[in-house]
Design a protein around this ligand. Sequence first.
Ligand SMILES: Nc1ncnc2c1ncn2[C@@H]1O[C@H](COP(=O)(O)OP(=O)(O)OP(=O)(O)O)[C@@H](O)[C@H]1O
Ligand SMILES: [Mg+2]
Length: 287
Amino acid sequence: MNAPLPGHTVSNPDSAAPVRALLEVDRVSLEYRTPQRVVRATHEVSFAVDPADRFVLLGPSGCGKSTLLKAAAGFIAPSAGEIRLDGVPVSEPGPDRIVVFQEFDQLPPWKTVKQNVMFPLLASRTLGRKEAEQRALHYLDKVGLAAFADAYPHTLSGGMKARVAIARALAMQPKILLMDEPFAALDALTRRKMQEELLALWEEVRFTLLFVTHSIEEALVVGNRILLLSPHPGRVRAEVHSHQFSLHSLGGVAFQQTAQRIHRLLFDEQVDQPQLDLRFQDIRLSC
Ligand SMILES: Nc1ncnc2c1ncn2[C@@H]1O[C@H](COP(=O)(O)OP(=O)(O)OP(=O)(O)O)[C@@H](O)[C@H]1O
Ligand SMILES: [Mg+2]
């Protein structure tokens, strides 16, 4: 077993026992090799996601958020460093890590909503047909779509398709749910509603979430911890604790101040490292 990353064995507030991180990303560099050149997407990124965290990767376009998520899912291997789930190195995709992508057209249109949710359960031989159907209906009920079990995806709104994708992922009962800008294609009102529903679902199921966004507001609402990544190639700028914010905090003074500080941390390139560290302390203290 590898030792937990420094500073990442955390104490569960409800017990004296330390909690081992579920997902450890340990000095991970990720590269794309094209015939012309090598593109470095992230450089020595480290973070650790604890059980039941809502951990957000936040950073500007091209900083490697999606690439990190794909690496955690096992689709891409690090060029340096290691990713571990429950202490075991991630080397390939597995049913313990399910990804929800931005595009809702990830739902095969020839399958009904229920069949869509059942499909990974059957394809991975996780459950037999009857149990898979029961599980699918259970999670469709949780996302408020029980009445649409026999509908086809093209008859659903964008928000409903997002709910199907979430139900399908949760039905697999993964150790960690990986979401890459899952609400980015939705209008602002639906996006807010989906954030609210995701949080309500988390209150009920307490799944572990790794969530990618480039919206500071969404990061503060959805996450309890936010990792800030610098522009290309992505490096860790800071980690911000944000468990105290919810949709009700929107527009509040503390929320706005934290959002502004995150913005400065992400984009103020004049700030050198020692000052960054001070600001990081400041954020953590004031949150
Ligand atoms: N298939 C690929 N081949 C070559 N380079 C790639 C490939 N996919 C991504 N990249 C490069 O890797 C870097 C990180 O890309 P990535 O998609 O992870 O960024 P991101 O943070 O998710 O951005 P966005 O917020 O726009 O989704 C970028 O410079 C991008 O151009
Ligand atoms: Mg992306």
